[in-house]
Design a protein around this ligand. Structure first.
Ligand code: ADP
Ligand code: MG
Length: 725
């Protein structure tokens, strides 16, 4: 009998809901209590200082040392009242986690212990963080990396530590993190979108990108998790026959939340609210064991920080409830994977959502302008957008079980699709648009209710869907830092808006009305980018064929897709907007490629270990039982009834042979790949030569799982892991 698996099952049954007493906790009474937000600044900073800091943040002006000293002082006082003893610069290196290195307020001044926190250390630090991936930007003799305060995202307290959101850059000024290029891309978006917005609303001063993420995840009992070496090391199951019952009855989706999970969710929400993360929605997702949480949307920089923080809080909170959180995009084969839908839009300082259809013609011309420019931006930069969401994990999810395929396309909804079809057709005719056509593309006011209705009927199969007043980028992976896709999207749209403005200014200089000139350009754009629009079922095989015929990129191989980071188009876009330099892009591509081949390397080692040391010995033991039984029953007078037992014995041998041969060949392929020094080339070798063995080995193992005595099987089964809540 398998001691480990049955012990794990037994332990999991002892895990009851962990009651956390928050019956009296109402979010409004403690929301953001651990955040040095606007109200704390007003309270803890002298009035003049507070006003200056606010102005600097609003206008993007650098905070000088003297001002920083004042802020540090107020921050320290506030933090110490919360019992804080340490501070850390909190940053987002190019890994899947945040980073922190704590220092104490405690220091010695001439031998006397004092507590100190000055503007100097608030503003900048030099952490000894030379082991983070830098893609060759930091070589060892020049390994200095700096963190610098991002005053646009408020400091917060976790436990006894004051956390200061920072960017992470090299000695030579290159970005080593997600936040630096994100802030640069938001600047570019502000500049270009404000300029375009001014044609319609001259009073506009600023445009902010907005993001509301939806975070999907799996919860698994910690005892069962501990009995699965693949979950521990890879975050996903490398084997396991699918459960007879999984998600086919749709009885989990939006179902009643299990009590144990509910306690976890409430605990998590309290933690989030204390840190000012405005989570608001919680529910069961489609797959058994899968859940989702979502906040109220925020300005992108803050939303990204909050999501990174959330992922950390999820892991920590889950431990208190004897759960483990799986953020991997595809932890279980044959049920849904997890994504992180990034709801994205732009808002002006005057309160206009630029992706909201308006109630007046000027507003709708503005709406159409932004809509069509985004379509053009996505069309032109589809490869980059795909690269921004591609990882070893997401590669498993995209195109499988109700996840968008690896083809970037845009869903608009019937009404808008019709509007753009008219615009395209009329443009193709080459004539000036008639007043009635103009009226209809500007979304006659009467049609607005119809549009809104349409928006509720959104296409859940689309990787990039318009959902009424925002786009929902659904191809993003659940473990990802949202910044990656936001940097790509903000930049693509900024680059496009800049081109649009140039073209429009040139056209206006030739005469004609704003409306006629705008519609002429939008008509041309629509015609050019029409092939990216798709209203149908993205899951279907027909779409794959059609997309290929339309000339869209259908590659689903992560290393292939990563090539887009260093294409001429990407480099010129990012350099012109000053978001990332060629060197920084090359470094990023290198880091992502390295991450890819390392992940597959780990998985392949775990696979071989599990196959050879757990599965094969178990299969042999069971086979021996069969052999013994076969021999023992022989001659008892019903030989013909036990003859078929030989078939089973033979089939087991066949599977064992398959496993052994494929493991050996996979090892060879892996060792060959490891001789390649270039990270992208090595990633390609892993993708082409190592990855194919996983399915072969898994198939043989999963077949054995069906044959071998249940009591002997060493690894928790799918039906046990997915229904342990
Ligand atoms: P769904 O129906 O797609 O599951 P949810 O309510 O779970 O929707 O999530 C929608 C997300 O979109 C929320 O985080 C919400 O705040 C966000 N959102 C709404 N409007 C905007 C906007 N203008 N910009 C960015 N995000 C938005
Ligand atoms: Mg959604």
């Amino acid at each position: 009998m398998s001691a480990i698996r049955f012990k794990a099952l037994e332990d999991s049954l002892t895990h009851k809901p962990v009651k956390v007493n928050h019956s009296e906790d109402r979010a409004i009474t403690f929301y953001a209590c651990n955040v040095f937000d606007d109200s704390k600044m007003a309270q803890y900073l002298p009035e003049g200082v507070y006003k200056k800091v606010k102005k600097c943040i609003a206008e993007g002006i650098n905070i000088d040392r003297e001002l920083a000293d004042h802020v540090a002082n107020g921050m320290k006082q506030w933090a110490m009242e919360l019992g804080v003893t340490h501070y850390t610069h909190w940053f987002q290196p190019l890994t899947e986690a945040s980073a922190e290195k704590h220092d104490s307020f405690f220091t010695l001044a001439n031998g006397t212990p004092v507590e100190s926190f000055e503007g100097k250390v608030l503003a900048q630090q030099e952490p000894d963080a030379s082991s983070f991936p830098s893609g060759g930007i930091r070589n060892t003799f020049e390994a200095r990396g700096y963190t610098a305060w991002d005053p646009t995202s408020p400091a917060f307290v976790i436990g006894s530590t004051l956390c200061i959101p920072t960017v992470f850059i090299s000695y030579t000024g290159e970005a080593l993190d997600y936040k630096t290029p994100l802030l640069r891309s938001l600047n570019a978006l502000d500049k270009t979108a404000t300029a375009v917005c001014k044609y319609f609303n001259p009073e506009t001063k600023r445009v902010n990108g907005t993001l509301g993420w939806e975070q999907e995840y799996f919860l698994i009992d910690e005892a069962l998790f501990a009995a699965r070496p693949d979950l521990i090391s890879c975050g996903r199951t490398l084997m396991g026959h699918n459960s007879a019952k999984n998600q086919q009855l749709d009885d989990h989706y939006f179902g009643s939340i299990p009590e144990r999970v509910m306690e976890y969710m409430q605990d998590l929400e309290v933690e989030c609210h204390k840190l000012g993360i405005p989570v608001r929605t919680r529910h069961n997702e489609v797959a058994p064991g899968q859940f989702e949480c979502a906040p109220i949307f925020e300005e992108i920089n803050l939303a990204v920080d909050h999501n990174v923080l959330l992922m950390d809080l999820m892991m920590k909170t889950a431990r208190r409830h004897n759960f483990r959180v799986l953020l991997h995009e595809k932890p279980f084969a044959s049920v849904n994977g997890s994504g992180k839908h990034n709801n994205w839009s732009m808002a002006t300082d005057t309160g206009i959502n630029l992706l909201s259809p308006a109630k007046d013609e000027n507003g709708n011309l503005r709406f159409l302008t932004f809509l069509v420019n985004i379509i053009k931006a996505v069309y032109e930069n589809a490869d980059l957008l795909k690269a921004s969401i591609m990882t070893a994990g997401n590669e498993h999810r995209l195109g499988a079980n109700e996840a968008p395929p690896c083809i970037i396309s845009i869903f608009l909804g019937a009404q808008l699709a019709k509007t753009l079809a008219i615009l395209k057709e009329e443009t193709e005719k080459g004539k000036i648009l008639t007043p009635s056509v103009k009226k209809s593309v500007k979304l006659n006011i009467e049609q607005i209710p119809e549009i809104l209705l349409d928006n509720t009927d959104r296409n859940r199969t689309s990787p990039f869907a318009f959902t009424g007043n925002r786009f929902e980028f659904r191809a993003v992976g659940s473990a990802a830092n949202c910044a990656s896709s936001m940097i790509a999207l903000n930049s693509a749209v900024s680059g496009q808006l800049e081109k649009f403005k140039q073209e429009l200014d040139a056209a206006l200089a030739q005469g004609g009305s704003l409306e006629d000139n705008v519609l002429a350009i939008l008509g041309r754009y629509t015609k050019q980018s029409y092939s990216i629009l798709f209203e149908g079922n993205n899951y279907s095989d027909e779409w794959k064929n059609e997309a290929e015929q339309r000339g869209l990129n259908i590659s689903g191989s992560c290393p292939e897709v990563l090539k887009a980071y260093t294409s001429e188009k990407t480099i010129s876009l990012f350099e012109s907007l000053k978001v990332l330099t060629k060197r920084e892009l090359e470094a990023r591509q290198d880091i992502y490629a390295e991450n890819y081949h390392k992940k597959i390397q780990i998985e392949s080692r775990v696979m071989v270990n599990l196959a050879m040391n757990h599965v094969v010995p178990t299969a042999i033991r069971y086979q021996n039982l069969l052999i013994e039984n076969y021999r023992g029953t022989k001659g008892l007078g019903f030989d013909e009834l036990v003859e078929n037992r030989l078939d089973t014995i033979k089939i087991i041998s066949q599977h064992i042979l398959n496993i052994k041969t494929n493991c050996k060949d996979m090892n060879t392929a892996r060792k060959n790949a490891d001789t390649i020094t270039d990270n992208l080339q090595r990633a390609l070798a892993y993708s082409q030569n190592v990855k194919p063995y996983f399915d072969k080995i898994r198939h043989a193992i999963d077949q054995l799982e069906l044959i071998v005595d249940d009591e002997m099987w060493p690894l928790p089964k799918y039906r046990e892991m997915l229904f342990c809540h």
